[in-house]
Design a protein around this ligand. Structure first.
Ligand SMILES: [Zn+2]
Length: 127
């Protein structure tokens, strides 16, 4: 079970990494493309500043590379091994997966990135 207090909770739901009480994102839906990376400046609950330093989230690009590779490998394995498609189809499956999931990959990598630096603090969770 994924619940508040686990890093995975913040990573999967884009919740504030400190208190897990609210979303870091202005719009919770990543498929509103103009809002993909629009984040609140601070958590209104625990006042954590998300942008720890200027251009903090550039670092999340390294994470997004790893996340994209993970999705690509998964798409390939599912297509090629499970559905026994041709190798060409498997590569098309990779491209489609990456394009369709791009908003999720972008957010996941930001969520993972900020969770490297900020940890859950149950003191902040109370109120
Ligand atoms: Zn917070």
């Amino acid at each position: 079970m994924i619940r508040k207090g686990m890093k995975l909770y913040s990573i999967l739901f884009g919740a504030c990494p400190k208190c897990h009480q609210e979303s870091m994102y202005v719009n919770k839906n990543p498929y509103v493309l103009s809002d993909i990376i629009k984040m609140n400046d601070t958590c209104s609950h625990c006042k954590t500043k998300y942008q720890i330093e200027p251009s903090f989230f550039y670092g999340s690009m390294y994470v997004s590379y790893a996340v994209a590779v993970a999705f690509a490998v998964t798409a390939f394995v599912i297509s090629y091994s499970i559905f026994s498609t041709s190798i060409i189809t498997a590569f098309i499956a990779i491209i489609v997966t990456l394009v369709v999931l791009m908003p999720i990959i972008m957010r996941l990598s930001r969520n993972i990135w900020i969770n490297f630096f900020i940890s859950y603090d149950k003191e902040k969770n109370g109120v």
